[in-house]
Design a protein around this ligand. Structure first.
Ligand code: FAD
Ligand code: NAG
Ligand code: NAG
Ligand code: NAG
Ligand code: NAG
Ligand code: NAG
Ligand code: NAG
Ligand code: NAG
Ligand code: NAG
Ligand code: NAG
Length: 589
């Protein structure tokens, strides 16, 4: 009896212990910093600490404020506004914590109280590397959950975290050009040529504007407000000009980083080269807080833009046969230097009675001026599509004088990106070998035709690999998924919901994505082949380590233990996140 009692006591102590020592400190606990401690942090970061509530809180219950709520409502889908708000991400599903019944949707009734959800409790709006160091040390000392937010665009929920201290990098906007960049520690004569150094909060629109003013160009993505130095480049960073000059991370030369011990270190090919390796593709929010990154710039060049539209009546199986032709032609277009995007809309209503199926493609050929050569390149595809009964084809190609004019007129519409909403992605990388194989393109069509596409729903092909992305596989040793070097396209669609969708319905959508849809799209090339882009993937991607990093994962995990042994920087579905619960609050065992 006695012995059993002691055993029981031990067991209960053992099972109680992890909930304190293996968890982050939370507001209701005695370890939580006092008001004075928070105020002390505020002083060390020059008054840039903010107590945070979700942005929609002013539209609800006791916090309701008509004028403020009107501003929030008007700004709701504006990504520039969202990026700057400590109390917002870009996607409402990652602001909420529905599992704990904490939501603050703008669409919910005014009388519903606003839950904090995954929105941080405090935000350090950092302006300098020293501010970042102070915030990192504070989080480490007090065992706090830390969230790094730049633009808040992350589709997998990496830039919000419940009960956390946020480091908001969005205000760090310095851009500095250099004519011959010398990495710290590089031997004499090893200058890298023209480059630009970007502070953590510079976004792509700001970057594109600055490089154009210097009559150079840069490899970056198709968005106004995605950050240039944060999760984008650290996750690999694909570009519509990838076939020309590679991934964004292939062109990164040096990072300044605040590591988990609060030190500021330089990572490049000559010092901290293991950290440099990890920061180029290992994922944001995992190895430290990047303060700035230096990337190569390239001379301005003219561009040819080519556009093919393929249309059938909605539901005509010829649509999928035409897609097969498109995919079979893609490696050739890509080999010739083309990269860009295509949009497939299997069921596109034109009006109340007529619907069509359509593929709209836009590929860009930098450093090309001969439109007739591009016409000849597309001619066999156009001809074979024209010969298909029921298929209508439109083709056109034209030249633009500069990368800048191409980026501004073809890629960046308006002043911001349209965000908000509750959305998840489902995606897959497909290889050049698949598209060149005899039945690969038709297998791809057959599989994707079995997915559900509601009226207006689009799948997007990111033709952002091949060419220099493939060639860099032999030149650049970085953490990016080796599958990128074999890929031609990253193909994706979204599964969305809204404020009325119950938690059970959300789980059903996620379950169908992980148990039905992802296995289907993986099966085209074999479950274990290729992978998905970690920045544009399903937030519950099964076996995410292999999907996102392939054979690079074991080394990344080892480097994570080296640079962040206590797991201060945990990002959802990031390297080492499997050791924690989904919210990054408690160690999983
Ligand atoms: C409209 C739109 C267009 C897009 N276009 C492209 C595209 O063309 N190419 C492409 O590759 N991707 C694209 N993406 C995906 C994009 O790469 C990801 O959303 C990415 O997470 C954005 O990084 P961020 O730093 O802007 O976002 P955030 O959500 O703020 O951060 C993303 C992750 O990086 C971490 N992080 C942010 N800043 C730092 C820092 N300074 N140091 C360390 N960690 C940091 C965060 O903690 C988080 O884990 C697009 C997304 C959207 C919404
Ligand atoms: C931080 O200090 C500034 C300036 O004194 C003040 O406006 C702000 O409210 C403080 N933040 C917090 C969380 O107290
Ligand atoms: C967006 O919010 C800002 C304050 O953050 C406000 O000044 C502006 O008027 C709002 N915009 C609109 C269109 O309401
Ligand atoms: C990059 O950040 C480091 C650390 O703050 C700083 O010393 C350096 O001057 C910055 N570089 C540029 C070009 O701003
Ligand atoms: C811009 O750069 C291109 C390519 O180097 C060059 O041909 C062109 O003359 C430059 N334009 C200006 C205005 O300097
Ligand atoms: C829908 O569009 C078709 C083709 O443009 C047209 O013939 C038809 O009249 C339209 N129907 C309605 C209801 O507008
Ligand atoms: C393809 O469709 C788009 C969108 O409808 C249109 O703007 C473009 O002009 C079309 N391209 C051609 C070559 O007709
Ligand atoms: C970039 O292109 C846009 C659109 O053509 C143009 O308005 C702008 O002036 C260009 N910027 C520079 C610096 O040339
Ligand atoms: C699961 O996904 C498939 C493929 O998209 C779809 O056809 C089916 O309707 C989905 N089932 C549920 C229950 O959502
Ligand atoms: C909200 O999403 C559900 C599916 O989860 C859908 O049935 C409903 O039509 C949507 N409502 C709105 C207003 O879009």
């Amino acid at each position: 009896m006695h012995k059993l009692f002691i055993l029981y006591l031990f067991a209960s102590i053992a099972s109680a212990a992890p909930s304190t020592s293996h968890c982050r400190c939370r507001p209701h606990e005695s370890c939580w910093p006092s008001k004075q401690k928070w105020s002390g942090l505020n002083d060390t970061i020059q008054g840039n600490l903010i107590a945070v509530r979700p942005v929609a809180s002013v539209c609800h219950a006791a916090e309701f404020d008509q004028a403020a709520c009107k501003d929030v409502t008007n700004n709701w889908s504006d990504s520039t506004w969202r990026a700057a708000q400590p109390g917002a991400g870009q996607w409402e599903n990652w602001e909420a914590w529905p599992e704990r019944h904490q939501t603050c949707y703008i669409g919910s009734a005014q009388n519903t109280a606003c839950g904090q959800g995954r929105i941080s409790l405090y935000s350090a709006k950092v302006q300098t590397a020293s501010h970042v160091q102070k915030a990192v040390r504070f989080a480490s000392t007090h065992n706090l959950r830390l969230a790094i937010k730049n633009s808040g665009h992350d589709f997998l929920g990496r830039s919000t975290a419940p009960g956390s201290l946020q480091i908001l990098t969005n205000g760090m906007k310095d851009i500095k050009f250099v004519s011959n960049f010398m990495p710290v520690g590089a031997p004499k004569g090893k200058g890298e040529g023209k480059a630009v150094t970007l502070s953590a909060g510079v976004n792509l629109a700001e970057l594109y504007k600055a490089v154009a003013e210097h009559n150079v160009t840069v490899i970056a993505g198709a968005s106004h407000t995605v950050g240039a130095a944060g999760g984008y480049i650290q996750g690999g960073g694909h570009s519509p000009f990838g076939a020309w000059k590679g991934l964004a991370s292939d062109n990164a030369l040096e990072f300044e980083v605040v590591t988990a011990d609060g030190n500021l270190v330089t990572a490049n090919a000559y010092q901290n080269s293991d950290l440099f390796w990890a920061l180029r593709g290992g994922g944001g929010g995992t190895f430290g807080v990047v303060v700035n990154v230096t990337v190569r710039t390239f001379p301005e060049v003219p561009v040819i833009v080519a556009n093919v539209n393929i249309t059938t009546s909605a539901g005509d199986p010829q649509f999928w046969n035409a897609l097969t032709e498109w995919h079979a032609a893609l490696p050739g277009l890509n080999n010739a230097g083309g990269s860009g995007y295509y949009f497939g809309i299997p069921d596109m209503p034109l009006n109340a009675t007529i619907s069509v199926s359509s593929v709209i493609s836009l590929l860009m050929f930098p450093e090309h001026t001969d439109t007739s050569a591009i016409d000849r390149l597309y001619a066999p595809l156009v001809k074979s599509l024209q010969s298909m009964p029921g298929v209508t084809v439109q083709y056109g190609a034209f030249g633009l004088p500069t990368m800048n004019s191409t980026i501004q007129t073809m890629l960046l519409e308006g002043n911001a990106d349209t965000t908000s909403g509750m959305t998840t992605l489902v995606s897959r990388l497909y290889s050049k070998d698949l598209l060149l194989s005899k039945d690969g393109p038709s297998r791809l069509s057959k599989t994707w035709s079995s997915l559900r596409f509601d009226p207006g729903q689009t799948f997007i092909g990111h033709v952002v690999a091949g060419g220099a992305v493939a060639a860099n596989g032999n030149k650049i040793d970085s953490a990016v998924n080796p599958a990128w070097r074999k890929a031609v396209v990253h193909l994706l669609y979204s599964r969305s919901w809204n404020a009325t969708t119950t938690l059970a319905q959300q789980h059903a959508i996620i379950k169908n994505a992980t148990e039905v849809e992802i296995p289907l799209i993986r099966s085209v090339e074999g479950e274990d082949q290729m992978g998905a882009y970690l920045n544009e993937a399903h937030p519950y991607e099964p076996g995410f380590q292999r999907s996102f990093w392939g054979d690079n994962y074991p080394r990344l995990y080892t480097l994570k233990q080296k640079w962040d042994p206590k797991g201060l920087f945990i990002a959802r579905k990031g390297v080492g996140s499997e050791d924690w619960d989904d919210a990054g609050l408690c160690l999983s065992n």
